[in-house]
Design a protein around this ligand. Structure first.
Ligand code: GDP
Length: 301
């Protein structure tokens, strides 16, 4: 399964990897090569500062070691890229809690893949023998709750939702956690609305959902879902969410459809939050834990 996900990542990013490697295979690694590498990194959405840093470090290392050997330079590039993605970050999801369900809130703008991610994550957890319950706190659109419970059926987990359109999202979230406690569920995942009218709106709604849930149980994870194809614009949205709720992890979706995987670096730098999961397709199995080394290897394949 991982091999399949990886193949998908390679496929969408191979323009990036191939052009980098092609550059390093030139007879002479000169100033033009460094400039082109910088450009490719920028096109992959790594961000200006990290791209410049990486090229500076790599150029320095190549100079100090006096090498023009493609294999060696490729190994250095792999190391430097991996360092940028930061393998030291703790990317484990909290999915167990002592004597109560672990509570995961999922937030993000409409259309980024929140509901789909919850479905896929539920499936992943069920495969690990966990009892999961979903809470449909996106009460703004009736279709959202329907979509969530459809995923629930698909992966065999119950969904708590309100029959009233426009019901108070916080009370639905509270009811879901309450039900989770009653059923001794391992994990409760709460879907939230993604309207981004303005920050005050969002603050009122998401902040309230979190506060109300916390009357019943601590919230263990707040996962922010971001669409990789949106690129740097997504970062601005992300910052607003991060200011409103304490985001503990990023889920980067739609990496199967973009060569901009470098956005992982930019996100982590700017938000100080690790990417924990990646979405690589629309199907129930198209979600994977994020692993820095594996990711970079796939980028450079
Ligand atoms: P929400 O509004 O944030 O809940 O977004 P949805 O879960 O409804 O997803 C919006 C669209 O993105 C749907 O068509 C999903 O199938 C699609 N989608 C979600 N995640 C991925 C992914 O990782 N890759 C691809 N290619 N499509 C995805």
């Amino acid at each position: 399964r991982l091999a399949r996900l990886r193949a998908r990542l390679v496929k969408s990013n191979n323009i990036f990897g191939r052009s980098l490697l092609a550059l390093l295979s030139r007879d002479e690694i000169d100033e033009d090569v460094w400039e082109e590498i910088e450009e490719i990194l920028l096109m992959a959405d790594v961000g200006t500062e990290p791209a410049l840093e990486l090229v500076d470090r790599l150029r320095e290392r190549v100079k100090v070691e006096g090498t023009q050997d493609t294999g060696q330079v490729k190994a250095m590039l792999t190391e430097e890229l991996t360092a940028l993605v930061d393998p030291s970050l703790d990317r484990r999801l909290t999915v167990t809690a002592e004597g109560r369900p672990a509570v995961i809130m999922v937030v993000g703008v409409n259309g980024v893949g929140k509901t789909t991610t919850i479905g896929k994550l539920a499936r992943m957890l069920v495969a690990e023998d966990k009892d999961v319950l979903l809470g449909a706190a996106d009460t703004f659109r009736a279709a959202a709750a329907e979509q969530l419970s459809t995923w629930g059926h698909r992966v065999g987990v119950p969904t708590v939702k309100s029959d009233v359109e426009g019901a108070d999202p916080a009370s639905v979230a509270y009811a879901a956690v309450d039900k989770g406690i009653e059923l001794e569920t391992d994990v409760v995942m709460i879907d939230t609305a993604g309207r981004l009218q303005n920050k005050a709106d969002l603050m009122n709604e998401l902040g309230k959902v979190k506060r109300v849930v916390e009357k019943k149980s601590p919230v263990d994870e707040v996962l922010l879902v971001l669409d990789a194809t949106v690129g740097q614009n997504g970062l601005n949205q992300a910052k607003v969410f991060a200011e409103v709720v304490n985001v503990t992890g990023i889920v980067l979706t739609k990496l199967d459809g973009t060569a901009r995987g470098g956005i992982v670096v930019a996100i982590q730098r700017q938000l100080g939050v690790p990417v924990k999961l990646i979405g690589l397709g629309e199907g129930p199995d198209d979600l994977a834990p994020f692993d820095a080394e594996e990711f970079v290897t796939a980028l450079l394949e």
